[in-house]
Design a protein around this ligand. Structure first.
Ligand SMILES: C[S@@+](CC[C@H](N)C(=O)[O-])C[C@H]1O[C@@H](n2cnc3c(N)ncnc32)[C@H](O)[C@@H]1O
Length: 289
């Protein structure tokens, strides 16, 4: 079987990915990072291969097939079958929103408010495959965690993720707070929400790799300003949060001011727009009951 050096394989892959019209080339060097990620996956290692390493034929073919898939715009977590999120491997499948690195900051904001609190209760609205809920269950293990999503497929995946990781969280299907048991009203310490916040009219402008691979209901709530679920979360949070409890909402930087206004109108206090994540662009707007 013909062996090829890692460097050559990576260079070829980067050229293919750079030429793809289906990939959003928003970040310099993104294609190389992705090619390295796929090569590690093809070889079955978790460190970048030495550029002079000879890659056996079988691993090379696996790698080239994955690069072809990626060049069609398919997100890497679907190709690998999982996404990494704060050290957890979460199953990634078409039909459910792919966890984003940027949401690690939202999880961090929740965890540091919950970790030291006795009998803490966390609610993750629009939980998808359980992303934020499971990070909290893992890093603030004494917390009682609820995750809710309107999509039954998302809830099924969240339960599978929890089982596979040996983490405890209750996942329910339903529309926003409607999925929660009435008995936890007034007891919740932290509510997290990473909502579908793209304004309806901006949906066609999204990069192919998002628009064609993520279901529309995970991207937009079909409102004109994209803030339909944000308004509902802010207005209804008062019934669910304990006094002093927090509502944390992840939004794009350009929407943060509007979300702050929504929280102010809903009567929340200590409202702030916090910035973090690896690229320091993720915004989490926080408000307190
Ligand atoms: C941007 S995704 C975030 C998923 C997850 N929190 C994450 O960060 O990976 C938005 C999620 O909102 C859910 N969703 C949309 N409308 C909803 C509603 N009315 N009630 C609850 N969840 C909803 C979608 O199914 C989707 O899983």
């Amino acid at each position: 079987m013909r062996r090829v050096k890692a460097r050559k394989l990576l260079d070829r892959a980067v050229t293919t990915l750079k030429a793809s019209p289906s990939i959003d080339h928003w970040q310099k060097g993104r294609e190389r990072i992705e090619a390295e990620d796929l090569l590690m996956h093809a070889i079955g290692v978790d460190e970048d291969p030495d550029p002079s390493e000879e890659i056996p034929g079988k691993a090379r073919r696996r790698f080239e097939a994955m690069v072809e898939r990626r060049a069609t715009g398919e997100p890497i977590p679907f190709i690998k079958g999982y996404a990494e999120f704060r050290g957890l491997e979460l199953i990634a499948e078409p039909g459910v929103f792919v966890p984003r690195d940027s949401s690690e900051f939202l999880a961090e904001q929740a965890i540091r408010r919950l970790r030291k609190r006795k009998g803490a209760v966390h609610v993750d609205l629009a939980t998808g495959g359980g992303t934020i809920a499971l990070a909290v269950a893992n890093e603030a293990p004494k917390t009682t965690v609820y995750g809710a999503d309107v999509s039954p497929d998302a809830v099924k995946l969240a339960r599978r993720n929890a089982k596979r990781l040996g983490l405890t969280a209750t996942f329910r299907a339903g529309d926003m707070f409607g999925a929660l048991p009435a008995r936890i009203a007034g007891t919740v310490d932290v509510i997290t929400l990473h909502p579908p916040y793209v304004p309806r009219s901006e949906l066609p402008d999204l990069p192919d790799e998002i628009r064609e691979w993520e279901p529309a209901h995970t991207l937009t709530d079909q409102s004109e300003d994209g803030l339909g679920l944000v308004v509902r979360a802010a207005e209804e949070s008062g019934r669910w949060l304990r006094r002093g409890g927090w509502l944390l909402i992840e939004v794009s930087p350009d929407r943060a001011k509007e979300v702050m206004k929504v929280m102010r109108r809903a009567g929340l206090r200590e409202i702030a727009s916090t910035k973090g994540g690896e690229l320091k662009v993720t915004r989490v707007v926080v408000g307190r009951r």
